[in-house]
Design a protein around this ligand. Structure first.
Ligand code: F6R
Length: 242
């Protein structure tokens, strides 16, 4: 695992956007794994900026998002499909049909999970997966004690994750209780992973990731077993690392 230390959120976002656009220039039909949440907002803004300035084309790129809330459709402002369309896709030249996100409103959720897993394989697997990390060490919506062998599946969100995400919803009760997420094994199959971390509230998770044991109690800890992970972390996120 390689750690790139940056000063702050802005620098983290800029660095991540540079790495993603470089990947797309090198391999124009890249398969990108994408994430949502606050951490990614700056990176997506920087990517849009880069696209507008340098015309990096996403025409042949395909994207797979990590997760989606169950019960929120594409028109719901808190769905991850809405987030991705509004924050990134509509500013790029990527056809929306090449952007995949689990369908949290599918009538048969187990089938939707299997379909998603198959789609990733049919596209040749993920070249570059972007990840954030939860305060409890989750990746995607793989909460503590998720099996490292898990593939795309339905999860019940922990109270701490629902509380952390409540800031985007009108009330804490409005946060969905379940989601579909790529599994840990799905994430680990990606050829390269870039994990972005910013801020003090992530310091515990980062210190465990870098210095703690590999344990399902901290899902991100499995990233140590991946041969090609880059962590871009700012000073505050690294403040508990000795
Ligand atoms: C989002 C996702 C989550 C977030 C994590 C951090 O698609 O998979 O694992 O990356 O919850 O969220 P923020 O960035 O809002 O702190």
């Amino acid at each position: 695992m390689r750690v790139i230390q940056v000063n702050d959120y802005a620098e983290m976002s800029q660095k991540a956007a540079e790495m993603i656009s470089e990947q797309v220039r090198k391999k124009p039909d890249s398969v990108l794994g994408l994430a949502t949440g606050e951490t990614m907002l700056g990176t997506y803004a920087a990517l849009v900026n880069e696209h507008q300035q340098h015309n990096t084309s996403y025409r042949d790129v395909r994207t797979f998002n990590l997760d989606e809330y169950i019960g929120l459709d594409a028109t719901h402002p808190n769905s991850y499909r809405y987030y991705m369309n509004e924050r990134l896709f509509r500013f790029l030249d990527i056809p929306l049909a090449q952007t995949y996100i689990p369908n949290g409103c599918a009538p048969l959720l187990e089938e939707e999970c299997a379909r998603y897993e198959r789609l990733i394989e049919q596209c040749g697997g993920i070249d570059l997966q972007l990840l954030g990390i939860g305060q409890n060490g989750h990746i995607g919506f793989n909460e503590p004690n998720t099996s490292f062998a898990s593939t795309t599946h339905v999860v019940q969100l922990s109270e701490s994750t629902r509380k952390a995400n409540a800031r985007f919803f009108p009330s804490a009760d409005a946060v969905p209780t379940h989601a579909i997420t790529m599994g840990i094994a799905t994430i680990m199959k990606s050829k390269q992973i870039i994990l972005l971390v910013s801020g003090k509230r992530k310091a515990w998770a980062v210190s465990h990731l870098l210095e703690g044991e590999v344990t399902p109690a901290v899902p991100a800890s499995i990233l140590k077993a991946h041969p090609n992970v880059i962590v871009i972390a700012d000073t505050e996120a690294l403040s508990h690392v000795s």
